[in-house]
Write a protein that binds this ligand. Structure first.
Ligand SMILES: Cc1cc2nc3c(=O)[nH]c(=O)nc-3n(C[C@H](O)[C@H](O)[C@H](O)COP(=O)(O)OP(=O)(O)OC[C@H]3O[C@@H](n4cnc5c(N)ncnc54)[C@H](O)[C@@H]3O)c2cc1C
Ligand code: FES
Length: 256
């Protein structure tokens, strides 16, 4: 497991992927070389008090850079998207458990919304390891499509590009030959992860989901990021910390 540390890091690249989403590269050789897919960083958000969590979208180990994608939804993300290259920011990371691909030969990666950022890191890592990877991503419409590659299965709600429908319509086009060796990893909105978990379960596949609860400390202290997971106790569930025990959970364990 990678260590967690606090760093003052420099923003070295910035590009807008569409009108409200930017892609930022930070110089931090420690995070670039130790992060695994599914882990996240907490980035200071200008004048906003608490750092904000973002899934790691890619790493360039040679040049010591890691990347995140930021969709503007409020004050923190608005300030971060306004950062200028060359400025220094405070960062905590890498945080969380990340995906465990051990024992699986075929990996199906599926994402929607800002979930495509951690999915991108998983894709780059697994293809570099020579694993068989299939990617299916879903967006609302063509204007929302980001980080897409020709090899990916693409779906849009309105069908103006790719397959019309949710990612389930895309996943249904994949032939599963060896369920025991096939793992599904999903990052996206809750209804999407729940639906993908059900789809995987019907096919006899293990499915890992990355929960994006609202967070404060990111370090397991404040208990504001809890996720309910199944438990044998009297309540049938227990609360665990998304930032510490997660953000990646087995979809069958999550109390949706
Ligand atoms: C583990 C993890 C990984 C994440 N990865 C990414 C990523 O790669 N790219 C990205 O753009 N965002 C990601 N997020 C979400 C991102 O952290 C929030 O959008 C951000 O914290 C909002 O800050 P703000 O100050 O702009 O918005 P706020 O003013 O705090 O909130 C604005 C709106 O955003 C909603 N919101 C805030 N946090 C979340 C959340 N965690 N999930 C859903 N809605 C939220 C609020 O309910 C509110 O409606 C991730 C979150 C987590 C927990
Ligand atoms: S954000 Fe504080 S415990 Fe998870």
């Amino acid at each position: 497991m990678a260590t967690r540390k606090e760093y003052r890091i420099k923003l070295v690249s910035k590009e807008f992927l569409n009108s409200d989403t930017c892609y930022l590269g930070f110089n931090c050789p420690e995070i670039a070389s130790s992060a695994i897919p599914g882990q996240f960083v907490n980035i200071s958000a200008g004048t906003v008090f608490l750092k904000r969590p973002f899934g790691i979208a890619s790493v360039d180990i040679e040049n010591g850079i890691f990347y995140i994608g930021v969709k503007v939804v409020g004050k923190g993300t608005s300030e971060i998207s306004g950062f200028e290259t060359g400025m220094d920011v405070d960062c905590l990371g890498p945080l969380g458990n990340g995906f465990d691909f051990e024992g699986f030969e075929n990996i199906i990666l599926t994402g929607g919304g800002t979930g495509v950022f951690p999915i991108n890191f998983a894709y780059e890592t697994l293809t570099a390891q020579g694993k068989k990877v299939t990617v299916c991503e879903g967006f609302r419409n063509a204007s929302q499509v980001i980080l897409n590659k020709p090899a990916y299965i693409l779906t849009t709600d309105c069908g103006d590009t790719g397959i019309k429908g949710t990612v389930i319509a895309g996943l249904d086009t994949i032939s599963i030959n060896d369920p025991e060796k096939t793992l599904v990893c999903c990052v996206g909105p809750i209804p999407m992860m729940k639906a993908v978990g059900t789809w995987a379960s019907e096919k006899g596949l293990k499915c890992l989901v990355s929960m994006e609860q609202r967070m404060a400390c990111g370090a397991g202290i404040c208990l504001c990021c809890t996720v309910k997971v199944k438990d044998d106790g009297p309540d049938g569930y227990k609360n665990v910390r998304c930032c510490k025990e997660g953000p990646v959970f087995d979809s069958r364990e999550v109390v949706w």
